[in-house]
Design a protein around this ligand. Structure first.
Ligand code: HEC
Ligand code: HEC
Ligand code: HEC
Length: 254
């Protein structure tokens, strides 16, 4: 298996999200005409535009046949992370407990059938705005997952928030969704059941990005386990080591 980073078609964006390593499928038929990097860059443009078009047209399930047909290829891995929860976007098989640590599945299943668009809002609001990294076409296919489906380079909650011009924390907390936990202090109270010492919402080391732990299209990860082996890992969640094994986290361990 070769590992290769694909090129973005716009200058690299700063992101706190763990970079997704490309896992290219050697069995995929290769067309020799275009150098591979260029080919993926071109694919990136197309995917960006198509993603915009698909979501812009409305609910995932009600996309016009035109869109459904084109979108399905790059969006397939995301559909499983949402509809059935049987796989994460990397193609890892999941049971229902594991699936429920995935924000997209959790929000669909336990929170009144939220749809792609409920989180990927900026697409509609700012589809014409320059500031919307989210939709500006800088999508590249990161590789082919274990189910043989192409998936995209990772974005983070920070990218999503930037698209609608709010701070990362606000995206979930002050969105009219998590109104019962308006700030980090409230989150800390909420997860006291996990123990007071290694409460994941502790601010002992400052404000850790939500997306360092909460993931939408893969299982979530308790980042505290990077350094504290006894930090609590709820059912269905991953330790940092497990997350590396599954390809969810790709940064080298400390
Ligand atoms: C509960 C909110 C939520 C829902 C619902 C949701 N997403 Fe996401 N999505 C995110 C977040 C947050 C990210 C940033 C990466 C992450 O956390 O996994 C993301 C990332 C993405 C990306 C960027 C590529 C990547 O791998 O990071 C794509 C494409 C995507 N989502 C498609 C979809 C589609 C298609 C649906 C519906 C089938 C959907 N999302 C439903 C929150 C959501
Ligand atoms: C160090 C890891 C970590 C970070 C960073 C983190 N969380 Fe959490 N969060 C968790 C864990 C672990 C749980 C418990 C999940 C469970 O028990 O299933 C949780 C639970 C939650 C819950 C559910 C609480 C409940 O019981 O209803 C919300 C909402 C939440 N987090 C939001 C956030 C937001 C918003 C941020 C960023 C401001 C954030 N979290 C940052 C690890 C983290
Ligand atoms: C990158 C490594 C790293 C991560 C990740 C990390 N810690 Fe720590 N933590 C440390 C170090 C080093 C110390 C000792 C120095 C100090 O007290 O700051 C420490 C100390 C602590 C202590 C004091 C008791 C003790 O074990 O020494 C607590 C409580 C704690 N961390 C909680 C957390 C929680 C909760 C998280 C996740 C939100 C977390 N830490 C994430 C490195 C880390």
């Amino acid at each position: 298996m070769t590992e290769e980073k694909t090129e973005s078609v716009v200058p690299e964006q700063e992101s706190d999200a763990p970079e997704t390593d490309a896992k290219l499928d050697d069995t995929k038929p290769k067309k020799a005409k275009m150098p591979k990097k260029k080919k993926y860059a071109v694919a990136g443009v197309i995917v960006g535009v198509v993603f915009l078009a698909c979501l812009g047209f409305g609910a995932w399930h009600e996309t016009p046949g035109f869109c459904g047909a084109i979108c399905h290829t790059p969006m397939d891995p995301y559909l499983a992370t949402y509809e059935t929860g049987t796989h994460d976007k990397l193609g890892n098989e999941l049971d229902q407990t594991e699936a429920s640590s995935m924000l997209s599945y959790k929000h669909k299943t336990y929170m009144g059938g939220m749809r792609c668009m409920d989180c990927h809002k900026p697409v509609i609001g700012q589809q014409l705005s320059e500031g919307a990294n989210w939709v500006s076409g800088n999508y590249s296919i990161a590789g082919t997952n274990a189910q043989g489906q192409p998936y995209l380079e990772s974005r983070s909650l920070a990218d999503l928030s930037e698209g609608i011009g709010v701070e990362e924390d606000e995206f979930c907390l002050n969105s009219g969704c998590h109104v019962a936990t308006p700030d980090r202090e409230a989150l800390f109270e909420k997860t006291k059941y996990l123990g007071s010492e290694y409460n994941p919402h502790s601010q002992r080391h400052g404000d850790i990005d939500c997306s360092q732990c909460h993931k939408a299209h893969t299982q979530s990860v308790n980042y505290c386990t990077e350094c504290h082996a006894t930090a609590p890992v709820p059912d269905g969640w991953l330790t940092m080591d497990e997350a590396r094994e599954k390809g969810v986290v790709t940064t080298p361990s400390k």
